[in-house]
Design a protein around this ligand. Sequence first.
Ligand SMILES: [Zn+2]
Length: 261
Amino acid sequence: MKTLTARQEGFAVAVAKGSTKADAYRQNYKTDGWSNEAVGKEGERISRNPEVAQKIMELTARKTETANGEFDMTVKKLLQTYIEIAFTDPNELSRVEVGACRHCWGVGGEYQWKEREYAKALDTWQRQHHAWDTKAPDKRGDEPQMPEPLGGFGYRFTAPPNPHCSECEGRGLEFVRVMDTTKLSPGAKHLYRGVQQTKDGIKVLFGDKDKALDSIGRMLGAFDDRLRVDLKGAVASLQLTTSDPQEAARAYQTMLTGASG
Ligand SMILES: [Zn+2]
């Protein structure tokens, strides 16, 4: 096979990249003063040169191969994302936990304080009592009562409930815990859709697990034999008629939609 000249090679590359033959010719040859018709004719002639035609075919095939490879990667990534959404434990994002009530571990079943809380309550009481004390006796009302420390200190809401607690009967108190979203696992990152501030507090938003499961089923061909993606991520039954990955993705999407109908 004859070696292509630099101009012929440039022409082949331009055509493989999608230029018209006339444009490819203009980009690689001197055409000053030529009519469009003349340029078109020459472009046509060069493209019929067997070596040039061979080169264009090779380059186009390589481009399609690359596009297919990229497309397979996109499908693989998509499948992986759906798998993570479907199978990541939602507890990684927010959970309901149960801890001790105030009486579970209080001395004699009495109300148990946190130290700092009690100091604050005591401080408030002292101020109220002082105000009460300085009022005229006929305007005082009831004397503020000192906070009761009988149940003792060291309350921890994360401690397990006391099965013998007479107040909660061992059920404890449930509290909702939102996890630190800056420290999520890769799977949880896909499941996490942000938070919403509501009047009742923070609402954690989740990806749709049912929809993800459904998508996995469809991608693996569980519902339809027309579409089958093997686990290595290769698209087996999908015939690519285009080398443009975006167009391929659109075609693929259309097939997915079609498969569900
Ligand atoms: Zn209790």
